[in-house]
Design a protein around this ligand. Structure first.
Ligand code: TXD
Length: 311
């Protein structure tokens, strides 16, 4: 059986465990600093599995040794946003937490693929890669699957068409400057630009960009977790089953889209080796300008990290 360890057993981590167990994808280990919590959540989830008929082992621990031999390490440890906060406001607190999670788990799972979620996402994925010194394809950040799912949900609400017919591609950094690509997104093959009137499409683009904040403002005590966790399950499945699924993820840029030495949201082919290929779309001038704006925001966040941590 494959093994997936999830560092941070809060809302997103434990919900990811739930989606993964229901898909019977892997044995799961939940790790957290809070004593008893990962043990309690994992036992509760284990006790649910006879009801849904799934045979995987779920364990919880405060000790990284429990993660030994993981195929995939998912990092969700850290603080979430509260109303009025940007993702970058979390940088210094989360850099310390993610840095420890990444280096500790690597000791026990030298061959694992790392899937990072903690915000600011692109910068935390960058930190993970730099501290672990792993090959770029071994570290991937989750943001684009979520942002694209939000856009798909909004298009489905507007059109009444099945979500299965709706394909959206939200690229760029995981911040308010993210880039929903309306020309490449489609309903059953018809470009969104042709399918929806301009004003409706613009409203969907704006709501997608602020999708995380919309949930934060409603919940007040934390951020979204069902959709982010479902995104983790899709990515983990693609990696474990070597599916070569192309989805938007944060990946290390080495000249693609004219960007270098940074993590950024682009279409990535996920397989057993991780982020196996970055797919390059042809962008028109407007799309290119949006990309550059988003890249500038991510670069700023990476620079802030470099001022905090020696990497
Ligand atoms: O799409 C995305 N990338 C995101 C990212 C979507 C959802 C959540 N996103 C980010 O993930 C969010 O902005 C936060 O930075 C993290 C975790 O969000 P979550 O909503 O799960 O927060 P919780 O419920 O507060 O859980 C965080 C847990 C909590 O149980 C802490 O005790 C634990 O992290 N924590 C730690 N675990 C292990 N090791 C250390 N050092 C540690 N510090 C805190």
């Amino acid at each position: 059986m494959n093994k997936v360890s999830i560092i941070g057993s809060g809302m997103t981590g434990s919900t990811a465990a739930h989606w993964l167990a229901e898909r019977e994808l892997a044995d799961i280990v939940l790790v957290d600093v809070v004593e008893g919590m990962p043990q309690g959540k994992s036992l509760d989830l284990q006790e649910a599995l006879p009801i849904v008929g799934k045979d995987v082992e779920v364990a919880g621990s405060n000790d990284y040794a429990a993660t030994k031999g993981s195929d995939i390490v998912v990092i969700t440890a850290g603080l979430p946003r509260k109303p009025g906060m940007s993702r970058d406001d979390l940088l210094s607190a989360n850099a310390e937490i993610v840095g420890k999670a990444a280096t500790e788990t690597l000791k026990y799972s030298p061959d694992a693929i790392f899937v990072v979620l903690t915000n600011p996402l692109d910068t935390m994925a960058y930190l993970t890669m730099k501290l672990t010194k792993l090959a770029p394809q071994r570290v991937v950040g989750q943001a684009g699957v979520l942002d694209s799912a939000r856009m798909r949900a909004f298009v489905a609400m507007e059109t009444g068409v099945s979500v299965e017919n709706i394909h959206c591609y939200v690229l760029g950094g995981h911040g308010d400057e993210m880039v929903p690509l309306t020309r490449h997104s489609n309903v059953a093959g018809i470009s969104l630009k042709d399918y929806l009137p301009a004003d409706k499409l613009e409203a969907i683009v704006n709501r997608t960009r602020k999708g995380g904040g919309e949930i934060v403002n409603l919940l007040k005590t934390g951020s979204a977790y069902y959709a982010p966790a479902a995104a983790v399950a899709q990515m983990v499945e693609a990696i474990l089953k070597d599916k070569h699924l192309i989805v938007p993820c944060a990946a290390y840029m080495q000249g693609e889209y004219g960007l270098k030495d940074m993590f950024f949201g682009v279409p990535v082919m996920l397989g057993r080796k991780g982020a196996e290929r970055i797919v390059e779309y042809e962008l028109d001038d407007t799309e290119q300008a949006l990309f550059q704006k988003s890249a500038a925001a991510v670069k700023e966040s990476h620079d802030a990290l470099r001022n905090l941590v020696k990497i």
